[in-house]
Design a protein. Structure first.
Length: 325
């Protein structure tokens, strides 16, 4: 999408389903500001394959090419700057695969965040997000869209960010869309304690012809066509929230937690001393415990839902999901 020649126009209020986190500055948003202290590292390398300016008509050119050409890979590396031009434009269905100098790990709450250059709330371009721990097998976050398909979104359209989930580009420039590795299914080909690559795949946005769909097969509707050199998803940065420098820190601890699911308490057994932290699903620390061999942790005061238990012992750490019914 071309934010640089965007034509402002006013639209009536959104009248459809609004199931997910709201925009920046609104209660309940999960947007993360670019200078948040939660970020421990940023993308340091990668590759990019540019998509077409218009995948339905590959004869269309801008600046001498039929593919997006604005920006370069280096502009997507390092910390988010909040600059609308400090981006890598992907074009229709373009792909960027970024690497890091740390492993991304499944820790408490969100594990990494992706920044795009939308210059206002609800002017949104979307992309699928995939991760890999071996560079061979990639796993896509289960995305959802509720954006109506009655009218094709254009370069002058607004989209309510409450109508999408697990798609990059949800928030305006300077604010990252967070992702939690625990939302991916367990698979022997994915080591959630040592993710090495994050892949961004532009959602074309067309509601007919060359379409992109969410996890349910629903067509993703975002501004299309955008036949400009800056078309497609504009990647600004990827920041790590839960990371580790070495595999030696990732050896599993001999810990047992039961019952899980539970209704009122869990019993934690692990030989020796350890530090325990109970976190909410959105990363808030709820309780800390000094553990010795066996600990009973009461969940009576907490509502039903999923919680994360972080266990740290002798420089090793492990994160377990707890379900309270």
């Amino acid at each position: 999408m071309n934010k640089f020649i965007f034509i402002l126009s006013l639209f009536p209020g959104f009248l459809h389903a609004q199931s997910f986190h709201p925009a920046v500055g609104t209660a309940g948003t999960n947007a993360i500001k670019k200078d948040s202290s939660c970020f421990v590292s940023w993308a340091s390398g990668g590759t990019v394959t540019r998509g077409f300016l218009d995948i339905a008509d590959t004869t269309i050119q801008a600046s001498g090419s039929n593919r997006a050409s604005f920006g370069n890979l280096n502009l997507a590396l390092g910390p988010a700057t909040g600059s609308v031009t400090d981006v890598l434009s992907l074009g229709d269905s373009g792909v960027a695969t970024l690497s890091f100098n740390q492993f991304i790990m499944d820790g408490p709450g969100y594990d990494f965040a992706i920044f795009e250059n939308g210059f206002m709330n609800d002017y949104i371009e979307m992309a699928h997000v995939e991760v890999s721990s071996d560079g061979i097998h990639f796993f896509r976050f289960p995305s959802t869209t509720e954006v109506p398909l009655t009218t094709q979104s254009s370069n002058a359209s607004y989209t309510d960010c409450r109508m999408m989930d697990n798609l990059a580009g949800k928030y305006r420039i300077g604010y990252g869309t967070p992702f939690d590795l625990s939302e991916l299914p367990n698979d022997p080909d994915l080591n959630k304690s040592a993710v090495t690559l994050v892949r961004i795949i532009d959602a074309i946005g067309a509601i007919s012809g060359h379409v992109t769909t969410d996890q349910f097969g629903t067509i993703i509707n975002d501004p299309y066509p955008t036949p400009f050199e800056s078309g497609g998803f504009d990647l600004e940065a990827i920041g790590i929230i839960n990371g580790t420098l070495g595999l030696t820190d990732l050896e599993e601890l001999m810990v047992n937690v039961f019952p899980n699911p539970t209704t009122d308490h869990i019993q934690i057994t692990l030989e020796g001393e350890a530090s325990l932290g109970l976190y909410s699903a959105d990363g808030r620390l709820l309780s800390t415990i000094n553990h010795m061999n066996s600990t009973t942790l009461s969940l009576d005061e907490f509502a039903s839902g999923i919680y994360n238990l972080l266990i740290i012992q002798n420089g090793k750490q492990q994160n377990l999901s707890i379900l309270k019914n």
